[in-house]
Design a protein around this ligand. Structure first.
Ligand SMILES: *Cc1c(COP(=O)(O)O)cnc(C)c1O
Length: 396
């Protein structure tokens, strides 16, 4: 008999769990889009979006998903024939590169594989080799949601500075904004892209492109920019509708206002980062214990290179697919499918999203259900995983 009835937990890395408060804030009649509450509230949202990224620079809001932010970032800074350096650590930077090529931008790719972070020495080598400064931007993901790696973004800034290379530094924080620590200005990031549906806990439909003055200067000559994707009127609108180049995403703005209140004004951004760090640590501890004497392993071996937003697990054979199905049908939990993994390993891999509106009992619940699934399916695993996870939670 299935034990799946009850509240379902969609433990995939986006869209993430949406707080009831966010959904309720969206459940309202259409607001006036010319004057009044919505217009006033949007100004507070822009200010808080900057706070959540730790920047004082510009931010443009798009009615789009993450792919829209990717394209907006590219077309506001680059021209056809320009070259960008793509740092592959899973799936997502490569996806950004595919959009770039579609725009007529030339991509040079360094692929660090599915299980490692960006090697800064190899980036330095590529930048030094580019004596003519053909590379106009270095594209990186802070967290690759496929591999669950977390890259060293301030390290990339250091490499650009040390090699004296003038390329812009782009960071994709779609998975990890308001999850993993990030300081746009202090870390010297020129362009950052984010979406609302992961750490920000809002239904998919809004994306954000942050840019500093250096990136905005590149906008002067970028020939890929088009009126709709132009970040300038969006970031500095003379009239309210220019924020969105048309009708505002009215209900999403109410949802986002609520989510930013929860993150910045109630829990606090540093506490949010800490919560995700501890919850991720509980997940890692469980799998480290289950991996003793078995095939189970975290995809990223180095804890300092793991995201706090998502964990990619390798469990051996076809056990990943079997376990996902068991959890879905017997325990009311949907885990993330493998993405970007080599074909022959795909059935071994699954991902756990633990970003956004997630707390201790939810993570312990997922881990407990995973252990139940491993027992039910006869998947070999070491002892004590739940005990060590509970210990991590207990220490806070
Ligand atoms: C989810 C995600 C994207 C893509 O976002 P969409 O909203 O699906 O377009 C891009 N980059 C990263 C790191 C992501 O996690």
């Amino acid at each position: 008999m299935s034990l799946a009835n009850g509240r379902h937990y969609l433990a995939i890395p986006g869209p993430s769990v949406m707080p009831d408060r966010v959904l309720q804030a969206m459940h309202r009649p259409a607001p006036n889009i010319y004057t009044g509450q919505l217009v006033d509230m949007t100004a507070t949202i822009v200010a808080d979006l900057k706070q959540v990224a730790r920047t004082r620079h510009g931010v443009a809001i798009y009615i789009a998903n993450g792919h829209g932010a990717w394209e907006a970032a590219l077309c506001n800074t680059l021209s056809r024939g320009d070259k960008v350096l793509i740092l592959g650590t899973g799936r997502f930077c490569q996806g950004w590169g595919e959009l770039a090529r579609g725009l007529g931008i030339v991509t040079e790719i360094i692929d660090f594989g599915f299980r490692a972070k960006v090697d800064l020495d190899r980036v330095a080598e590529a930048l030094r080799a580019d004596t003519g400064h053909q590379i106009k931007a270095v594209l990186a993901v802070q967290v690759d949601t496929a591999s669950s790696v977390r890259n060293d973004i301030p390290g990339l800034r250091r490499v650009l500075d040390e090699t004296g290379h003038p390329a812009l530094l782009f960071s994709d924080n779609i998975a990890c904004l308001a999850v993993d620590e990030f300081h746009m200005d202090d870390w010297g990031v020129d362009v950052m892209v984010a979406g609302c549906q992961k750490g920000l806990m809002v239904p998919p439909g809004m994306a954000f492109v942050y840019f500093n003055d250096k990136a905005d200067a590149a906008r002067e000559t970028a020939d890929c920019v088009t009126p709709y994707w132009d970040w300038r009127p969006r970031a500095n609108p003379a009239l309210y509708y220019q924020h969105f180049c048309g009708t505002a995403p009215t209900h999403h703005l109410y949802g986002l206002r609520e989510a930013l209140d929860m993150i910045l004004h109630e829990e606090g951004l540093e506490a949010v980062w800490h919560r995700h760090k501890v919850l991720a640590g509980a997940v890692w501890a469980a799998f480290d214990a289950w991996g003793q004497g078995s095939e189970i392993a975290l995809n990223i071996a180095d804890p300092s290179a793991r995201s706090h937003a998502v964990t990619t697990v390798r469990i051996g054979g076809d056990a990943g697919t079997r376990l996902r199905h068991w959890l879905e049908h017997e325990a009311g939990i949907t885990l993330g499918i493998p993405l970007g993994a080599p074909e022959e390993e795909a059935n071994s891999i699954f991902r756990i999203g633990h970003m956004g509106h997630v707390n201790a009992h939810m993570v312990l619940g997922v881990l407990g259900a995973i252990q139940a699934g491993m027992i039910a399916l006869g998947i070999p695993h070491g002892p004590g995983g739940l005990d060590v996870a509970a210990g991590v939670i207990a220490r806070g």
